[in-house]
Design a protein around this ligand. Structure first.
Ligand code: SAM
Length: 196
């Protein structure tokens, strides 16, 4: 990733024309990777989709019956795109949309589940402290029995947050190859649980 992926202006310019894009994996793939964690949850569980961008993950969560989903992004255009995608799919808007910087999150609620599909990767471009700030912000807003479900391209994304979270590598998602001689490259699915 180029280093300006942490820069809000980059995303503002990008979302001026981008209406729909999925980083690393489709929403279906993401939900399948984490099905064992999501299926047992009550449908009223409070879910915060962090750095929602122009992903349609909130629509898929709504399709699964989750009724308490919040999309957060620091770029207002991302939330506009999310609302457009939801209205196009369902004809109305039930997801909550909040502009907030994930590294300084200041929200009135706590959440059972944080979902991050490559958002920590973008935030990590802001330097070594950035992912720690993200983890501290999530720790302040996560319920005691909460989960942070993350898909990242980095095998060591959460090495620095183990004082705050137990980090479990759920699975490795092989990336598509253009020819069989290419090396195996994976994306990493993590489940993080807050330490008491
Ligand atoms: C790599 S994209 C991932 C988008 C989406 N999750 C997906 O899978 O397609 C990163 C997203 O995180 C947002 N983002 C980056 N840094 C952020 C921050 N500090 N706070 C909130 N959102 C941020 C960007 O605006 C962008 O929408």
């Amino acid at each position: 990733m180029p280093t300006n992926y942490e820069d809000r202006n980059y995303w503002h310019q990008r979302f001026a024309s981008e209406t729909s894009f999925e980083w690393l994996a489709s929403s279906e793939q993401f939900l399948e990777l984490f099905a064992l964690y999501l299926r047992p949850l009550p449908k009223t569980a409070k879910i915060l989709h962090l750095g929602s961008g122009t992903s349609d993950l909130h629509n898929h969560l709504r399709d699964c019956g989750f009724s308490n989903v919040t999309n957060v992004d620091y770029e207002p255009l991302a939330l506009e795109r999310g609302q457009e995608l939801e209205r196009k799919r369902f004809g109305d808007v039930k997801t909550t949309y909040i502009v907030n910087d994930a590294t300084k999150m200041d929200l009135p609620d706590k959440y059972r589940v944080f979902i991050d599909k490559s958002t920590s990767d973008a935030i990590a471009c802001g330097g070594h402290q950035a992912v720690s700030l993200l983890a501290e912000a999530i720790r302040r807003h996560i319920e005691d029995d909460g989960l942070w479900l993350s898909l990242s391209f980095s095998p060591s994304r959460y090495e620095g947050v183990k004082t705050l979270f137990d980090v479990e590598l759920v699975s490795k998602l092989p990336t598509p190859k253009l020819n069989p001689y290419e090396p195996d490259i994976y994306y990493y699915a993590y489940a993080l649980r807050p330490k008491p």
